[in-house]
Design a protein around this ligand. Structure first.
Ligand code: NAD
Length: 456
């Protein structure tokens, strides 16, 4: 077991910080404190909880530049992306705060009495976050769980605990009760596992790899513990011959290179109708090459390094930087976990076309017609996202209906908005986050029938 986490700047390989880990005994203590805080929190009038969450959003907003710089240092995200991420936390907190007074339950007509439902908090919720979007993904779980009256124990990924720790400090500064939102850095198999196994944790929200998620699901099943899984993806970008090819090609690089491809929604399979395949690849090449990789602090930078040496080795295990590629961009040499933007031409059953690489690599594959496009799009165990480029509205709707994925976009690559639901089909996940149902996912529904019969 590690005694501490050494946080390395992925762009420079310099040591940024050393963070102590949380032992299983400390997890146990944290759960106890959280349970005590949660009881008080749930007993507060809804308006007071909402006000405190808005104040928390305010403190995060005041410090958003500092958070963005910290994200840049620990995750290597370009400054523009990191700023967006910090402000996304602000938005998530405001959105959740707006839901506190709207957890209204329902009244259902019945004979002989009154039937009401109430939404009760679950208790203590564990949020296990990944390193690819440390702040937003932590807040996707944390903000609605708090708003619904729960306490949250957040376990950030081993490589990216710094912004999470800072957020916990801001929560206290805003006046949230001590113990209500705690950050427990540590290893997944130790600190994370202690949370998953703890009988005092009512729900686990996990984002990460499908393999780890399945293991966590099995442990939760043994206790009938509530669970949300946001897992991997191998999403298609389907370009039909009738699409605005210039726009489709200009937008494609961002869809698999943003966050250096370390994005569960990355459109890493580019499916192009054969009749326009060559033209599309011609247009794609300059767009990929213009997606500049470099110093994350430079405003011109679109792509930073990979998160770690281990992640770069993982990407290299699929394709090395000097293997033949249809398109290859430039990446800095020397210090930092750099990897160039890469587009391969491949076949649907190639390993690179089937498995999640989680790096700046896409595979381009031609298809014949609409049926072929749908068949290829669905030829994966995953089902998280996807894009459809066409000018034909009917086709856009038919293909959106036929692709088995939770988040589709037409003539766009947008996937995640905090006010719309997000989650995966098939091996990409279980349950949904964000959107109008976000708070309800952190409640139990209680049904109460009150008889109107005269009492003797
Ligand atoms: P991971 O799934 O192992 O880790 C994600 C989080 O889970 C981290 O906080 C980790 O500490 C924790 N964790 C790990 N094992 C655990 C366990 N047994 N019990 C409880 N918590 C545990 O992912 P990784 O090893 O960081 O990355 C490996 C691959 O996973 C990546 O290359 C990528 O393909 C995929 N990934 C996907 C996402 C996503 O957003 N879907 C995010 C990160 C990684």
């Amino acid at each position: 077991m590690l005694q501490e986490l050494r946080i390395i700047n992925p762009a420079t390989e310099e040591l940024e910080a050393v963070v102590p880990v949380t032992t299983p005994a400390e997890v146990d203590e944290a759960v106890r404190r959280a349970a005590t805080a949660q009881e008080k929190w749930a007993a507060l009038p809804p308006g007071d909880r909402a006000r405190l969450l808005r104040r928390f959003a305010g403190v995060v907003e005041e410090n958003s530049e500092a958070l963005a710089r910290l994200e840049l240092a620990e995750a290597g995200h370009p400054l523009g992306n990191a700023r967006w991420e910090a402000n996304n936390v602000v938005d998530l907190l405001h959105y959740a705060a707006g839901g506190v007074e709207r957890l209204t339950g329902s009244q259902i007509p019945v004979a002989g009495g009154l039937n009401i439902t109430v939404q009760e908090p679950l208790g203590v919720v564990a949020v296990i976050a990944p390193w690819n979007f440390p702040m937003p993904i932590a807040a996707w779980g944390t903000a609605p769980a708090l708003a619904a009256g729960n306490a949250v124990l957040l376990k950030p990924a081993e490589t990216t605990p710094l912004t999470a720790l800072r957020l916990a400090g801001y929560a206290l500064e805003a006046g949230l009760p001590e113990g209500l939102f705690q950050v427990l850095p540590g290893e997944g198999a130790v600190t994370g596992d202690a949370l998953v196994e703890h009988p005092g944790v009512a729900k686990v929200v996990f984002t990460g790899s499908t393999a780890t998620g399945r293991g966590i699901a099995a442990k939760c099943a043994a206790r009938t513990k509530r669970l949300t899984l946001e897992l991997g993806g191998k999403s298609p970008n389907i370009v039909f011959a009738d699409a605005d090819l210039e726009r489709a090609a200009a937008a494609a690089p961002g869809s698999f290179l943003d966050n250096t491809g370390q994005d569960c929604c990355a459109r890493s399979r580019i499916l192009v109708q054969r009749s326009v395949y060559d033209r599309f690849m011609e247009l794609l090449e300059p767009a990929v090459k213009a997606f500049v990789a470099g110093d994350p602090a430079d405003p011109a930078t679109r792509m930073g390094p990979l998160i770690s040496a281990a992640q770069r080795e993982r990407v290299r295990s699929y394709v090395s930087e000097d293997a033949p590629a249809a398109i290859r961009g430039e990446a800095p040499k020397g210090k930092g976990f750099w990897y160039p933007a890469t587009v391969l031409e491949g076949r649907p059953d190639d390993r690179t076309a089937v498995e999640e690489i989680f790096g700046p690599v896409a595979v381009a594959i031609p298809f014949e017609d609409e049926a072929d496009a749908v068949r290829l799009a669905n030829a994966t165990d995953y089902g998280l996202s996807g894009s459809i480029w066409t000018r034909d509205v009917g086709r856009a709707l038919r293909v959106s209906g036929a692709v088995a994925a939770g988040n589709l976009s037409v003539n766009s690559h947008s996937s995640v908005r905090y006010w719309t639901p997000f989650g995966g089909y098939k091996q990409s996940g279980l349950g949904r986050e964000l959107g109008p149902g976000a708070l309800a996912a952190f409640t139990e529904t209680k049904n109460i029938f009150i008889s109107t019969e005269e009492q003797q």
